[in-house]
Ligand binder design. Structure first.
Ligand SMILES: Cc1ncc(COP(=O)(O)O)c(C=O)c1O
Ligand SMILES: N[C@@H](CCCC[NH3+])C(=O)O
Length: 472
């Protein structure tokens, strides 16, 4: 079992080691960009100046300001293609919009032929604004409102993933009113303990998502759907959590979902379930936040899942269903970095004679809450020049009025890092911008896409007027 990066990684004293437990050996090491953590098109020049997809970070900072999310478009698209190739069909890969979405990204997803998962009316609205084909949209959520369900039906979404008995009744009524037969999946809580942070594990029994397999709720949900003339059961769905490195959990989930499929066939017969063609095994595939993280390549994951589903189906005498997956982080995460400018530096004495360096940047928990929320680990580097001295164990902190406002808990920063330097934090494409807040009335940063030496704004930086726009 590999360690997961969302777990606690405190360095209690600023001496021996970084988040990985290893001290960098040299100035060179401190200046390195580890290729599996940084965007595929990040390049560090001889002088240490880093460019992403041919765009010099100093020019990006100058033109768009900092903090700035810099998204390597080719990296994002390549990861879509890796998943599509691994699963043999782009439409079997539903990008999870919650990781990061704006209209341009929805257009990329469409151009790459992937499906799109949304989990709120807001995400659906962005997808529709981008003219994403509604038939390739799947709608999630444990508490979809009547308005969200109605908007999904009216848009003609491909499927709605049912999450509660209340929702079955609600959707049936809304679909009947419209004379529709809506394609639906049932979200099954498979009872798998995913090895990730408690807050982002979703298939153990004691949580809010889905219908319990063990308690028989999933089978009961299927009974209710199969009785309805307004709902058409097209799939079973499982999502075990997020930032997971082992394939065991996904394979166990697949095993249990196929077991349920076999039970449903035995109870209802082949004909009643003729439209139930898909087993959707959700997202959750982990990415490398630090150089020690070792994520599953999509091809390995796909091969394992296909094999499990093939074997289990053969044992149960079933035709193997189509497999779908819903990666969010694995597509959006690795290709984006957050660029910050260093503002102040402080060395703080700790008990026992050790000291810790605090490097304050111009953003913080408002643009990346994951460190405070999940104790997540990140890789931060000086990117506007080479460091000249070896690393000092540093804590990269934000500018919020909160001592928990930490961006990177432990980072080896060159000792000569100074105000005005640019630092970048890697792998911030998923669950950073979308979880951003205006705490302390900080405007949300801009998001810029870079490709072939050109940059363009996807989302502009908020202004003071934006901060005042809700005032009445
Ligand atoms: C139903 C569902 N699908 C997909 C995802 C995407 O997860 P990840 O970004 O970890 O791939 C999530 C979030 O965990 C989810 O809840
Ligand atoms: N927000 C979480 C992931 C949640 C996934 C949604 N179910 C994270 O940053 O890791």
């Amino acid at each position: 079992m590999r360690a997961h990066p969302a777990g606690p990684r405190h360095a209690d004293v600023a001496v021996a080691a970084d988040a990985s437990g290893q001290a960098p050996s040299s100035v060179e090491e401190t200046n390195l960009l580890h290729p599996h953590v940084w965007p595929r098109n990040a390049v560090r020049g001889e002088d240490g100046v880093t460019s992403i997809a041919g765009c010099d970070v100093r020019e990006l900072a100058e033109r768009y300001g900092t903090p700035l999310f810099v998204l390597d478009e080719a990296d994002f698209r390549a990861r879509c293609r890796d998943y599509a190739a691994a699963f043999g069909d782009p439409a079997a890969v539903h990008y999870a919009a919650k990781a990061f979405l704006c209209t341009e990204v929805a257009r990329w997803i469409d151009q790459e032929g992937l499906g799109l998962d949304v989990c709120s009316g807001g995400e659906l609205g962005v997808a529709l604004r981008a003219e994403f084909p509604p038939g390739r949209i799947t709608v999630h959520g444990n508490n979809k409102s009547t308005a969200e369900l109605a908007a999904s039906l009216d848009a003609g979404v491909g499927s709605i993933v049912l999450d509660s008995f209340h929702e079955i009744a609600r959707l049936e009524h809304l679909a009947a009113e419209r004379g529709l037969r809506q394609r639906v999946m049932i979200r099954v809580t498979v009872g798998v303990e995913a090895h990730t942070h408690e807050f982002i594990a979703t298939a153990h029994e004691d949580q809010k998502f889905g219908f319990s397999l063990a308690a028989g709720d999933a089978a009961e949900a299927a009974r209710r759907v199969l009785k309805s003339d307004s709902l058409l059961l097209v799939g079973l769905h499982s999502h075990i959590g997020s930032q997971i490195f082992d394939d065991d959990g996904f394979e166990l989930a697949a095993h249990r979902v196929i077991g349920l499929l076999a039970e449903l066939r035995a109870e209802h017969g082949e004909r009643a379930l003729a439209s139930l063609e898909t087993v959707d095994l959700g997202g959750g595939q982990g990415i490398a936040y630090t150089r020690e993280d070792d994520p599953l390549p999509p091809a390995t994951l796909a091969a394992g899942l296909h094999e499990t589903v093939r074997k289990e189906s053969a044992a149960a005498g079933l035709t193997p269903p189509r497999i779908a997956v819903e990666p969010g982080r694995a597509i959006a995460g690795p290709g984006t970095v957050t660029l910050y400018e260093v503002g102040t530096i402080k060395d703080v004495e700790l008990d026992g004679g050790a000291s810790r360096r605090y490097v304050s940047v111009d953003g913080g928990m408002s643009d990346n809450i994951r460190t405070s929320l999940y104790d997540a680990a990140y890789d931060c580097r000086l990117v506007s020049r080479n460091g000249e001295r070896s690393g000092v164990l540093s804590r990269i902190v934000g500018k919020h009025c909160e001592s928990g406002d930490v961006v990177v808990r432990d980072s080896w920063m060159p000792e000569d890092v100074a105000p005005g330097d640019l630092v970048a934090v890697a792998a911030t494409g998923a669950y950073c911008y979308v979880m951003a807040s205006n705490y302390n009335r900080l405007p949300k940063p801009a998001v810029v896409a870079v490709r072939d030496g050109r940059s363009r704004l996807l989302l502009r930086r908020e202004t003071e007027d934006d901060l005042l726009r809700l005032e009445v």
